[in-house]
Design a protein around this ligand. Structure first.
Ligand SMILES: NC(=O)c1ccc[n+]([C@@H]2O[C@H](COP(=O)([O-])OP(=O)(O)OC[C@H]3O[C@@H](n4cnc5c(N)ncnc54)[C@H](OP(=O)(O)O)[C@@H]3O)[C@@H](O)[C@H]2O)c1
Length: 242
């Protein structure tokens, strides 16, 4: 399998370490030579949200599957644009561990629904150079909580000049230092609290996950998420735990 990679920053370099010769080309923000890029089996975007539209058009024009690892974008018409023309995998977090944790977060949300006094919230911490906030992963956890704990109807970063409304899910963001990525998800009642923590020490789990994702999307059409990729490995685990 030959890969074309948009992005040669921290995650792009980690992907190169893992994928080696499978990467046919890897480009940054200089778009001048895009037309000359060789055909590949799968495109991987690990660049910046602002460039995604252009990269999606490139993938559609080349009829090449696209794995989107980039965060900090919103494209409400993604499904319509993609249709069944190519396969697109949206993966704001490539780690299988995060896919596993997302399922646990859903359980936490359901658990919090059983106790009127229970609150849920998320805290995330990333290195100072991260450009978007909250992280794409925090948004995945927030969405899982909104769906499993409907007493929360929307997420918000802590509002500066008012108290949090009861139906608001707080996503707290810390930027600084060198932490690759850290997320805490808490269920909190007056008497006790549970916190699940995920800490990434480096980008290697994401780079390996990106490679797995690129293999998975080949031969598929439509829009998918990492939950689809992880289902094969996680479904048996959760079925066994019932
Ligand atoms: N899915 C996951 O598991 C996961 C994990 C970690 C990070 N991420 C996300 O992956 C993305 C990249 O992270 P990173 O830490 O590697 O970032 P980074 O080190 O800042 O690298 C960003 C890359 O994007 C390129 N770029 C910047 N502006 C561009 C533009 N206008 N058009 C095209 N390319 C442009 C840069 O080009 P130059 O090389 O020319 O500067 C660089 O290669 C971020 O969105 C981050 O949140 C995802």
């Amino acid at each position: 399998m030959k890969l074309g990679v948009f992005g040669r920053g921290r995650l792009g370099r980690a992907l190169r370490d893992v994928a080696g010769d499978a990467i046919a080309w890897q480009v940054g923000r200089d778009a001048s030579q895009r037309a000359d890029l060789a055909p590949v089996d799968v495109l991987v975007d690990v660049s910046i949200g602002a460039a995604l539209d252009e990269h999606l058009e490139f993938a559609l024009a080349r009829e090449t599957p696209l794995v989107i690892g980039t965060t900090g974008w919103s494209m409400p018409d993604l499904d319509r644009r993609v249709g069944s023309r190519i396969g697109v995998l949206v993966a704001p977090n490539f780690s299988l561990t995060i896919a596993f944790l997302t399922r646990l977060v859903r359980l936490m949300g359901r658990f919090a629904m059983q106790d009127e006094s229970a609150d849920v919230f998320i805290a995330e911490h990333h290195h100072a150079r991260k450009k978007d906030a909250p992280s794409g992963t925090a948004k995945v956890f927030a969405q899982a909580l909104l769906e499993s704990c409907p007493k929360k109807t929307r997420w918000t970063m802590a509002p500066a000049e008012r108290a949090l409304a009861q139906d608001e899910l707080c996503v707290s963001v810390l930027r600084g230092g060198h932490t690759a990525s850290s997320h805490d998800i808490t269920v909190d009642t007056p008497g006790e609290a549970i916190t699940l923590t995920h800490a990434a020490r480096d980008l290697s789990p994401y780079a390996r996950g990106a490679l797995d994702a690129a293999h998975w999307i080949r031969g598929r059409s439509g829009v998918f998420t990492m939950a689809d990729v992880a289902a094969e490995r996680l479904d048996p685990l959760f079925a066994a735990g019932k």
